[in-house]
Ligand binder design. Structure first.
Ligand code: TMP
Length: 210
């Protein structure tokens, strides 16, 4: 067995309000790490390609109505259906840059008034990220106004920001997303690279919610 088999990839999650720049920063991070020779993949939740993901997508596009707890559990199921593939990839040494994860799940549902602890429960046992990067931007400054999806309204985003604040723990890296894209990316790159190297050096995988 080669020594390399011992080193795993990092599970790195980007969180933040809608339209704060997560998606473009995530794909830049993947290019950056690949350029350094690290096996890396871009993932996102919701993953709209699965059958659960298609139900979620219809809900977000206002093409279907679902009870708040029902849609919450579908978002969670969408993470559970990817869990074993996630573990396989990480153990094979691939770093995953993940655009949204369980924190979005809890922040968006609890912003609707669903109990926070109830929201966390179905996430217990999913893989815990090695790193959570929070792209911080005041709701009023979110890029390009809002689109047509269900949650893209200023008043609701303000509530989501409050819920993220409750969830935040000291290990999260807060990055000021109001800076120019390149400056945000530079900061993210340094944090991410340190984390990828720590995971290669044998940091064990852990589980939510701890
Ligand atoms: P997206 O724009 O990143 O594809 O996310 C779609 C919306 O779904 C966004 O408003 C955040 C919301 N969301 C949840 O409500 N719960 C979740 O678990 C996830 C991953 C996203």
């Amino acid at each position: 067995r080669a020594c390399n088999n011992e080193s795993r990839g990092a599970l790195i999650v980007l969180e933040g309000l809608d339209r704060c720049g997560k998606t473009s920063q995530s794909s830049r991070l993947v290019s950056y790490l690949e350029g350094l020779g690290h096996s890396t993949e871009l993932w996102r939740f919701p993953d709209r390609t699965t059958s659960v993901g298609q139900m979620i997508s219809a809900y977000l596009l206002n093409q279907s109505e679902l009870d708040d707890r029902t849609i919450h559990l579908l978002f969670s199921a969408n993470r559970w259906e990817k869990r074993s593939m996630m573990e396989t990839k990480l153990k094979a040494g691939t770093t995953l840059i993940v655009d949204r994860y369980s924190y979005s799940g809890v922040a968006f549902s609890s912003a609707k008034g669903v109990d926070l602890e109830w929201c966390k429960a179905p996430e217990i046992g999913l893989l815990a990220p090695d790193l959570v990067l929070y792209l911080d931007m005041p709701p009023e400054l979110l890029k390009g106004g809002y689109g047509d999806e269900r949650y893209e309204r200023l008043e609701f985003q303000k509530k989501v920001a409050q819920c993220y604040k409750i969830l935040r723990d000291p290990s999260w890296k807060m990055v000021d997303a109001c800076q120019p894209i390149e400056d945000v990316q530079k900061q993210l790159q340094k944090i991410v690279l340190d984390n990828v190297l720590a995971c290669r050096n044998g940091k064990p995988l852990s589980l939510l919610w701890s």
